[in-house]
Write a protein that binds this ligand. Structure first.
Ligand code: ADP
Ligand code: MG
Length: 323
């Protein structure tokens, strides 16, 4: 290695962490942190493996952005405010240009979401990135998967299906024009963690999940944890104009329902709070759409014009492939 492990860490990952509660960040045996008073710590970790979660030769700046953004999405899905993160980096070799790009992407996102890198570990091996994020949330505002109740309305933020379309473009299964290309790529590599949206949901929702594996799969987790079923009106599932222009209705339905990686929030709202959420939506503060309802049962059932619709697949699982 041209650079020693310690020099590498110092050059690329030392950052004066002025974020909340950092008594000691990178550079000692442990980070020393103080948690905000009267809040719970929300902790989550995601690993991205080169060749599985992203192409090994992808732009390191985009790899870093995506890695931190998908972790931040888990904080959003708990309505937690970002505080700190740690980084486990496994590298096949020390490539300074790669590290420079990686650090640039990482700190761009860290600054945007006000989250501080406070430690990590660096080893040699097949390219992999593990990030652990820490956030804070008041107990009563956390968005738990187990809090859906029969009669609640199911909402989703933003649009669904764009990231699956991007993946089809990357795999050369879909060809699109130049501006659509950059639109889809940015949705795949630079998903927006819905931290701000989640904050707006305090006093409105206590149940939510981020859509990482596909709407049906992720809403399915809510149903399972809450002991309920859900019905979804396919025609109300929001998709972008860009997606509507480039794909068939069948493809769009599949990508929006079963495609992963969109990182929108899916959340439920009790009938008594519908006026509040509709007010947020109509005032333009929140981009969210009502797509269905929580019902008795245990399944997510899809409808088109009142008729049951059986989607061709329901989501993505790492261990059994497409199912
Ligand atoms: P130790 O031998 O105690 O594990 P290391 O040499 O692994 O210490 O790390 C030294 C310091 O650098 C620690 O504060 C650690 O948190 C930090 N560090 C190591 N790798 C990274 C990384 N990839 N990103 C951020 N901080 C890191
Ligand atoms: Mg170490």
């Amino acid at each position: 290695m041209a650079l020693s492990e310690f020099e590498l860490i110092k050059r690329y990952f030392y950052q004066s962490a002025r974020a909340f509660g950092v008594n000691m960040g990178v550079g000692d045996d442990c980070a020393l942190l103080s948690a905000p008073e009267n809040k719970l710590l929300a902790v989550s970790m995601d690993t991205l493996v080169g060749g599985i979660h992203f192409p090994r030769n992808a732009d390191p700046e985009l790899i870093a952005e995506r890695a931190l953004r998908v972790n931040l999405s888990d904080l959003a899905a708990m309505a937690a405010e970002p505080l700190w993160f740690t980084l486990g980096l496994t590298l096949p070799s020390v490539d300074e240009r790669w590290l420079e790009g990686f650090a640039k992407g990482l700190f761009t996102v860290a600054d945007e979401f006000n989250i501080a890198l406070v430690g990590g570990d660096t080893t040699r091996g097949p390219l992999a990135i593990t990030i652990q994020v820490h956030g804070a949330v008041e107990a009563e505002h956390a968005l738990m998967r187990s809090n859906a109740r029969v009669g609640d309305v199911v909402y989703v933020t933003g649009n669904l299906g764009d990231a699956a379309a991007a993946l089809a473009v990357i795999r050369q299964e879909l060809t699109v024009g130049k501006s659509a290309f950059s639109y889809f790529m940015s949705h795949y590599y630079r998903p927006l963690p819905r931290i701000k949206d989640a904050k707006l949901l305090r006093d409105i929702s206590t149940c939510g999940i981020d859509v990482s594996d596909g709407l049906l799969a992720d809403l399915g987790h809510i149903c399972e944890e809450s002991g309920v079923g859900a019905k979804i009106d396919i025609e109300r599932v929001p998709v972008s104009t860009a997606l509507n222009k480039v794909a068939t209705a069948e493809q769009i339905a599949d990508w929006a329902l079963a495609g992963g990686d969109d990182y929108q929030l899916c959340f439920t709202v009790p009938q008594a709070r519908l006026a509040k959420i509709e007010q947020l939506i109509s005032s333009g503060k929140l981009h969210a759409t009502a797509i269905g309802e929580i019902v008795k049962g245990s399944e997510v059932v899809c409808y088109i014009e009142g008729e049951v619709f059986e989607p061709k697949r329901r989501g993505y699982s790492h261990f059994d492939g497409a199912n």
